[in-house]
Design a protein around this ligand. Structure first.
Ligand SMILES: Cc1cc2nc3c(=O)[nH]c(=O)nc-3n(C[C@H](O)[C@H](O)[C@H](O)COP(=O)(O)O)c2cc1C
Length: 332
């Protein structure tokens, strides 16, 4: 019998992954100061393709200079980024893997003082366990319009560059997470207040991307919950997932929320976020990705066999040695 990890998966838009292994987006910080990919970026992704994963995601790429949070962050904010993005996508395609570009706006989570205009839904400082973030200004309706245009323009660039999918980063306390979360979004207009209003900016972005780039699959990296007192709950995210899929999302990549992507202190062992993904698996037509400290073939096979997730993301264990990981996965 074929091991489950080698079973192909076809999304509702027809895009097929050759297996169930995913390299999640991981910032390589190899872009130049203008957000353009460099030779280091190309060789980084060439190496990640050697892991054997069927889908290699490309790191968070800012949609606007105001949404940039790291000095050497990759950009998707300008057509000048297109040649580099095209080369990354073709490097991965030539290695026989599918690829997607993660696009992001940091909102009020700019730890490095890089953003040219730090703003968030309500001008509330984003809570964080490990750092003190600056206080952002509250966005205006014009800013909301700009955010939406920027995400859509970045998705069009991902399409032109030849990526198979685009992923909207809605997790880890960054911009769209701030919109979804009651901790950071306390607006009183149609973009704040109840969950439906807090999800509005995201659902509108997804809807627009589907209209202008129908070839692209759309993935959202969402928190299974905020992991912060008073934040998004599992029930909230089950509802948001339904809205996302109705708007056209084909993959839900489940990670953590306002608390950041690191392992929560009380979680031991492999798959520290899989229990946040499992309640969403099979509930919609979207494929669900689980993540968090996964490294063994036994664990990967177990969560696939028990239908806790459809796809398994392995980050640091692949970063540490893509070729070694490929050998382990082939033999296991
Ligand atoms: C160096 C590094 C950079 C990361 N950059 C991103 C990123 O750009 N976007 C994102 O959504 N997550 C990012 N993450 C989180 C990973 O995608 C993943 O969720 C996390 O590493 C947990 O998986 P793991 O335990 O298999 O490494 C990053 C993680 C690491 C280690």
């Amino acid at each position: 019998m074929t091991a489950l990890r080698f079973t192909p998966l076809t999304l509702t838009n027809g895009l097929t992954f050759k297996n169930r292994l995913v390299v999640p987006p991981m910032a390589s910080q190899t872009a130049n100061e203008n957000g353009l990919a460099t030779d280091k970026t190309f060789s980084h992704y060439h190496n990640l393709a050697l892991s054997g994963a069927g889908l290699v995601m490309v790191e968070y790429s800012h949609v606007n200079l105001a949404g940039r949070s790291e000095k050497n962050q990759l950009g998707a904010h300008d057509d000048a980024c297109l040649p580099g993005l095209t080369q990354i996508a073709s490097t991965l395609h030539n290695a026989g893997v599918k690829t997607g570009l993660q696009i992001t706006h940091c909102g009020g989570k700019d730890s490095a003082g890089i953003s040219c205009d730090i703003m968030g839904p309500s001008g509330i400082t984003v809570p964080a366990y490990d750092r003190v973030l600056p206080t952002p200004r509250a966005v205006t309706l014009d800013d909301i319009n700009q955010w939406q245009q920027d995400f859509v323009a970045a998705a069009i660039r991902a399409d032109k560059a030849g990526f198979d999918l685009v992923e909207i980063h809605c997790a880890h306390g960054y911009g769209i997470n701030q919109w979804l979360s009651p901790l950071a979004n306390q607006r009183e207009d149609e973009y704040g207040g109840n969950l439906e209003n807090r999800a509005r900016i995201l659902i509108e972005i997804v809807t627009q991307i589907k209209q202008v780039a129908p070839r692209l699959a759309v993935m959202t990296r969402i928190p299974g919950q905020d992991g912060y007192p008073g934040g998004l709950t599992h029930a909230d995210m089950a509802q948001v997932s339904q809205w996302l899929v109705t708007a056209g999302v084909e993959i839900l990549n489940i990670s953590s929320g306002i608390g950041g992507w690191n392992r929560p202190k009380d979680k031991r062992g492999e798959g520290f976020l899989v229990e946040d993904a499992a309640p969403l698996t099979g509930k919609t037509t979207a494929a669900v990705i689980g993540v968090g400290g996964i490294e063994s073939v036994d664990y990967i096979e177990t969560i696939l066999a028990t239908s806790q997730v459809d796809l398994v993301a392995v980050g640091r264990a692949i970063l540490a040695g893509p070729v070694e990981f490929a050998h382990k996965v082939m033999q296991g």
